[in-house]
Write a protein that binds this ligand. Structure first.
Ligand SMILES: NC(=O)c1ccc[n+]([C@@H]2O[C@H](COP(=O)([O-])OP(=O)(O)OC[C@H]3O[C@@H](n4cnc5c(N)ncnc54)[C@H](OP(=O)(O)O)[C@@H]3O)[C@@H](O)[C@H]2O)c1
Length: 315
């Protein structure tokens, strides 16, 4: 009896030590129960650190370091379109909230830059050159994520293209590219993670849609069509998955400051309808915060849609 009690005490002490290690930003193996305790106590630890800072006392780590073992601690995310703009910001924000992140896009050199940023913040990330129009390549990305980081909990579909173009000007190649990346890229990526999520009865699919998925914008007819596709598909999928533990969120940004705004070659359409320089438009971090919010909710909560727009340009 005595030795069993002693064993229990030692196990409790070891568990406590592991929690303290985690709190001070050291990586260590913790079980599920310990993770729960840690999450509950984070706010307390943060306020102790803030209090020490107010008194001018040094602490073994800062609050921002603790945040890295934050609300998404232990989760694995795949982010497509992570080489630029919104995807890059989302990948960094997820990592800063504690998730391990697998990045996909075609420009592998840019992915490496994002990985460096994440690693400099003590986050964990891998990157793989991926064209989302190829189901095989997306599957390879997901397999790489699973073997290096663990089962995928979160997929964020950020890969996308947008061309201002008038339909009468017949920029057919740009229509096709948008349909391939914005529609098929999203279904390919969902197809690559869904089976695993269903088997584990948990997962979160986040689609970066657009306010153009809520109403058609002139000059963006095909683009709007692709985003209506994403919205319709997501609504239906959400209902198919409602009882499975897998959630589907659409984030619907208005204009955001990214290279996407400068892609268009149809100058007529661009001059007529691209008003992104007329008001203060969104920053990529505004969208990244919404993604972190959506994926950080308790499992019974579904953030189905978030419309985020520049204040001066409502739909
Ligand atoms: N910026 C806005 O105003 C705005 C507003 C609403 C919604 N959105 C949506 O937000 C998403 C991200 O756009 P963004 O504004 O961040 O533009 P961005 O900076 O140009 O980023 C687009 C990303 O998509 C990737 N991509 C394009 N084609 C791809 C392909 N075939 N395979 C894999 N990745 C591909 C690009 O990477 P590689 O070129 O390296 O492959 C890049 O990382 C898009 O879905 C867009 O529709 C943007």
């Amino acid at each position: 009896m005595v030795s069993r009690m002693a064993n229990a005490q030692t196990a409790q002490q070891a568990s406590f030590v592991r929690l303290i290690c985690m709190a001070f930003g050291h990586s260590c193996e913790v079980n599920e129960k310990e993770q729960k305790i840690f999450k509950k106590q984070q706010a307390v630890i943060a306020s102790i650190l803030d209090y020490r800072a107010c008194l001018g006392l040094s602490s073994p780590c800062t609050w921002s370091e603790i945040k890295r073992t934050g609300p998404l601690y232990g989760r694995v995310a795949v982010v497509t379109g992570a080489s630029s703009g919104i995807g890059k910001a989302v990948a960094i924000a997820l990592a800063a909230s504690g998730a391990k992140v697998a990045l996909g896009a075609r420009r592998a050199d840019l992915l490496q830059d994002v990985i460096k940023i994440i690693q400099s913040g003590k986050g964990e990330a891998i990157g793989l050159k991926t064209d989302v129009t190829s189901m095989e390549q997306v599957k390879t990305l997901v397999q790489a994520a699973e073997s290096s980081l663990g089962p995928v909990d979160i997929l964020v579909n950020c890969a996308g293209l947008m061309y201002y173009t008038l339909m009468k000007n017949l920029h057919v190649e740009e229509w096709d590219k948008q349909i391939d990346v914005n529609c098929k890229g999203v279904t390919n990526s969902i197809g690559a993670v869904l089976d695993g999520m269903l088997k584990r009865s948990k997962g979160h699919i986040v689609n970066i849609s657009s306010d153009a998925g809520r109403r058609g914008f002139p000059g963006l007819a095909v683009y709007s069509g692709t985003k209506f596709f994403v919205e319709g598909m997501s609504q239906a999928l959400r209902q198919e998955l409602a009882s499975t533990g897998v959630r589907v969120t659409c984030i619907q940004p208005g204009d955001v400051k990214t290279p996407l705004q400068k892609m268009s070659t149809d100058t007529e359409a661009n001059q007529l309808y691209n008003g992104s320089d007329q008001v203060q438009i969104l920053e990529v971090e505004d969208i990244a915060r919404a993604v972190v919010y959506a994926v950080s909710q308790p499992s019974y909560v579904a953030i189905n849609e978030i419309l985020i727009e520049p204040r001066e340009a409502p739909v």
